[in-house]
Design a binder for this molecule. Sequence first.
Ligand SMILES: C[S@@+](CC[C@H](N)C(=O)[O-])C[C@H]1O[C@@H](n2cnc3c(N)ncnc32)[C@H](O)[C@@H]1O
Length: 251
Amino acid sequence: MDRQTDRDVSDVSNLLYRHPELYEVVYDGAGHAVAKLAETILHDQLGRRAESLLDIGCGTGRDLEYLATHIPDVVGVDHQQAMIDYARTRRPEINFQTGDMRTLRLERAFEAITCFGYALANIHANRDIDKAIATFAAHSQPGTVLILEMIDPQRTDKLPRSFTIDIPDLRAEAIAEYRHHYAQQLLERRRTWRRAQGLVHDHVNFRLIYPKELEHYLDNHGFEVLGAYELSEKLNAASAFVAARYRGEQS
Ligand SMILES: C[S@@+](CC[C@H](N)C(=O)[O-])C[C@H]1O[C@@H](n2cnc3c(N)ncnc32)[C@H](O)[C@@H]1O
């Protein structure tokens, strides 16, 4: 059973979540590197382009905008209303919904499901990770390809330490400090933004999930791990993109 000390998803304070327009300045997507990798993985695994895709924890919908140029039927879901409001305004042609990956049920299946930007790492308790994977299964059909951007627990030293915002209205720089909490398998990030108006502090805990652990969660819900991919881009250097295929429900 999970301990009371498991920290909840609400334990996040993030300047960029309060200002989604700044999120895209800091995480500019490096020429859609993640979306392009996903496109390649999906093409390799399906042997053709995907016809439908659900992006869970889609944030501002930046990756979905690129993927929607090749995939006709895309839906983005995020549990933060501010992100969804921004995504809808910025990308009105895309279907964005507010929802929690632990409970979401759209009552339909997709050929591809993605979860990028360590969205799953915001889920801390084992029972909640189980619920999130059950959600992925609930939106899958046999053959659905799932791609998860995970923090590689062996490469946390590659997580970004410095961040910059440099736009006409705002110049800010941040330094991030990371601290491991061994028993909870959490990586705490404290980030301090320096702006002319003063300091702003961010705080988030990322749940680290080891590969065999993830395989176990996925297998329990009918997914077979296909492999892990990497990107060299600075902001993704600690990422493992784990691809899995849905076999169908367990008997
Ligand atoms: C770092 S952002 C990544 C956004 C986007 N996928 C990207 O790569 O740019 C993580 C996102 O996960 C979302 N998130 C966190 N917990 C969630 C949950 N339980 N259900 C759905 N989305 C969640 C956050 O609101 C946030 O937008």
